[in-house]
Design a protein around this ligand. Structure first.
Ligand code: ZN
Length: 367
């Protein structure tokens, strides 16, 4: 075992030295048998994060160039404690992580990642969304996000069919996708990154892990039965971060999975094919309008009118909301008559039963 590792390290040393002579970084996928395989070599491209928010491109309206959508296969799965060592390379930006099954993978060095503003800006380990105050209107019209660099570190969070997709659902915004599972099944980090939040969230998420990634995105893993990482932990794609469950506001074991950019959600299917488990592309052209709850990845509308119309309808619906403050002598049926609605409608709007005692001063939604 030790000799194998030693031999592997010697080979790696040569390999890295060789790669550096050419002034480029050769990247190979994890797996000792792939040592001999040299893949497409580029200089190491590092994900652009929040920094890229401030671009003058808005006024220019130049269509950004984005790489064609070539799917990226997931890296091999890692167990909970499979990383046995991290080794430096001749390149300060890169480390090698060694796994207990004798495979290895290049990752960005932690020192290098620490220098990245991505892990400083709006960093908060106690709140689910630290980007309050960042209005969607302040985001650029479009942003090119390099989802994975040449290391192609990507893994699906959970592979399976969705029971619920991104979009409006029963009058609420469903800001992620739901993937039914059996309680206890492993959930994996999607990209390399740092755990920003790992807590039980009382806002409905239940046990929630949020990871900030080198590429500037955040991924949310909710309703977990257990969490295997803590805020501040560095994680790599394919590392188990917890187990699926049904904690929080959930009607059965499933993973609720969200992807956010600067606190704004967008359809996770824009980047991940949950059935095949592949990343759809290595570069994503993210438009501001994609942050609308009505914007789905398979909607082929390029006209913003469609979205604008739907948003207008939503605004009108929101404006039509009415409340009634309970006064002495009020009954649900009297209130229902007054507002031309029904008792059952009022009950469902407020999550109460027809037998619930109405306390004076309580605000009831009636429309
Ligand atoms: Zn959900």
């Amino acid at each position: 075992m030790k000799r194998t590792l030693l031999a592997l390290l010697v080979m790696l040393g040569c390999y890295v030295a060789h790669a550096q002579q050419r002034d480029t970084l050769a990247v190979v996928p994890a797996g000792a048998d792939s040592l001999a395989v040299e893949r497409g070599v580029d200089s190491l491209a590092v994900g652009r994060g929040v920094d890229s928010l401030v671009t003058p491109a808005d006024s220019l309206r130049v269509e950004p160039k984005v790489a064609p959508p070539i799917p990226v296969k997931p890296v091999p799965t890692l167990g909970k404690e499979s990383v046995i060592d991290t080794l430096p390379t001749g390149n300060p930006a890169l480390s090698i992580i060694l796994f207990n099954n004798n495979t290895w993978r290049y990752v960005l060095s932690e020192e290098y990642k620490r220098d990245s503003k991505v892990f400083d800006d709006h960093w908060n380990t106690t709140t689910t969304n630290p980007y309050y105050g960042v209005a969607v209107e302040s985001l650029p019209e479009s942003t090119v996000i390099q989802l994975v660099d040449s290391l192609e570190s990507y893994h699906y969070p959970y592979k399976g069919n969705m029971s619920s997709r991104y979009g409006p659902r029963r009058g609420r915004a469903h800001q992620g996708v739901d993937l039914p599972l059996k309680t206890g099944e492993p959930i994996y980090a999607v990209f390399d990154g740092k755990v920003r939040y790992s807590q039980y969230s009382s806002s409905g998420y239940g046990n929630l892990v949020i990871i900030r990634h080198n590429n500037g995105l955040e991924t949310y893993y909710a309703h977990l039965s257990s969490r295997d990482v803590e805020a501040g932990d560095w994680v790599v794609a394919g590392q188990q971060i917890g187990a699926g469950g049904s904690t929080g506001r959930s009607t059965g074991p499933h993973l609720h999975f969200e992807v956010r950019y600067c606190g704004q959600t967008f359809d996770p299917e824009r980047i991940i094919d949950f059935t095949s488990g592949e990343l759809r592309r290595s570069e994503l052209l993210l438009r501001r309008r994609h942050f609308s709850i009505y914007s789905k990845f398979d909607q082929n509308f390029d006209d913003e009118e469609e979205v604008a119309k739907q948003e207008e309808a939503e605004r009108k619906a929101a404006a039509a909301v009415q409340y009634h403050t309970v006064r002495s002598g009020d009954t649900l049926s009297a209130i229902a008559v007054k507002y031309h609605t029904t008792v059952s409608r009022i009950c469902s709007l407020n999550g109460i039963k027809s037998t619930t005692t109405l306390s004076i001063g309580r605000r009831l939604r009636v429309k």
